[in-house]
Design a protein around this ligand. Sequence first.
Ligand SMILES: Cc1ncc(COP(=O)(O)O)c(C=O)c1O
Length: 379
Amino acid sequence: MQNRRDWLKSMIALGATMPLATVLAQELMAAPVSKAERIHGITSPLEKHLIRLGSNENPYGPSEKARKAIIESIVEGNRYAHGMARELRDFIAEKEGVAPEYVLMGAGSSELLCLAGMTVGLEGGAVLSAYPTFRLLMDYAAKFNARWDKVNLDANLTHDLEAMASAVKSDTKMIFVVNPNNPTGTVLNADKLKSYCIEMAKKAVVFVDEAYIEFLEPSERRSMIELVKEGRNVIVSRTFSKIYGLAGMRVGYLIAKPDILKNMGERQVWGNSNQAGIAAAKASYGDEEFMSFTRKKNAEARAHLFKYLDSKKLPYGKSQANVVLFPAPKDGKYILEQTEKKGFQIRVWDYDDKEWCRVSIGTLEEMKKFTKAFDEVIA
Ligand SMILES: Cc1ncc(COP(=O)(O)O)c(C=O)c1O
């Protein structure tokens, strides 16, 4: 009998990429990122009624506008959503200042990261990224036999762009940069990132994942979409899952030149959009009032966690998003077990021969409960 791995391999050999997309995405999104998680397992927060500090979700969403739009969209629930999906794509294209062919919509940005990873694998070559970072694209590429070259973050837990420039090889086909990064929330200097992208895009496609960019104040925010408009080999991904609080609605998009998007679009599963998600995304896009509310609340709750970590003399990446990474003060498996017993879901990562705790920012009340519980765990 074929085991799962053989089955995956034979599917790849047959070029049957569509059914694979769903199976692999599920497998990889829930994949452990440390030995501690492999032993302990990843508990569903729903099953044990845990406070969710494990997936960088927005505890305040969806916004009122999005909720209203979702309810109003219900009457269209009997209709296929492709017409509406096209309208949303055109709407986003107009807002981002590009032609509609520059936009590829997905069921969350995960779907698009998977398509990008799959494309590198199927077309041959390697993908380069910092480590640790959001690994779905590279894990997906690796399933399709691409090599993943990793470059450690610097001492401030920020992307080391110089080292990432030196690590480019002749077969590097894609360079993946997450800004702000997950799991650290750290942000790159926009000018440095821009110069890096311009230079690297001469050698490979640079994929900039901007899932958390709206956590920066509008005056500090600089998207690399400007490089796409200049005609460079850059892909930018965005999602409605984070600041807009629509993770369960599954809407994300890529902005890139049509020749870059073509192969990814052709490998996409048909019928991946839904009326409620489209309505919620359209009602949410650019809602500065809700974004600024979330940013303010998130900053207060994050400051509480920073203060706690400072009091324990635990170093951490200077997160500007809704996630913080710090060295695990005790055995990672023990921390996972004990924080879960006290009602919280967090993540433990392996990096640089050490264990690290990754904690998403919940409400201030949740963070107060969490720091109290965590303090008891590590006492
Ligand atoms: C950096 C980054 N990119 C993409 C995603 C995927 O999000 P979604 O598929 O909900 O758009 C995540 C989710 O945590 C993320 O952290």
